[in-house]
Design a protein around this ligand. Structure first.
Ligand SMILES: [Zn+2]
Length: 116
């Protein structure tokens, strides 16, 4: 399962970032490009399985879907085409370069605020 390996990688990334923090991780925000092929529900489930019995078990995973962006080779404009018609939104060309939308990015980690 694709999402499980992503969830594990995400978990390790968060663990290494928060290794020296004493507060609990409350929320992990990620963004997924619509071209990444990652299903947000499947990722959420995979994440729950991965963090079970770990210090991150109470952390919420907030998933934001980000639309793909392309630069058109015909008109040189940037747009965010959406399925099912995945073409330049200005001139309908299919000759474009994908600049974003294939990645999964860790955006932020929210820690439990400690007053001390
Ligand atoms: Zn175009």
């Amino acid at each position: 399962m694709h999402e499980l390996s992503i969830a594990q990688a995400l978990f390790e990334q968060v663990q290494s970032i928060t290794a020296h923090e004493n507060s609990r991780v409350m929320m992990i925000a990620v963004s997924i490009g619509t071209l990444s092929g990652v299903d947000s529900e499947a990722l959420d489930q995979a994440f729950r399985i991965t963090v079970d019995d770990t210090p991150l078990k109470d952390a919420k995973l907030q998933i934001e879907k980000v639309p793909a962006r392309v630069i058109c080779h015909s008109c040189n404009r940037e747009s965010s085409p959406a399925f099912p018609f995945f073409a330049c939104q200005y001139c309908n060309s299919f000759d474009f370069e994908i600049v974003s939308g294939r990645d999964l990015l860790l955006k932020s980690i929210e820690l439990e605020s400690s007053s001390s």
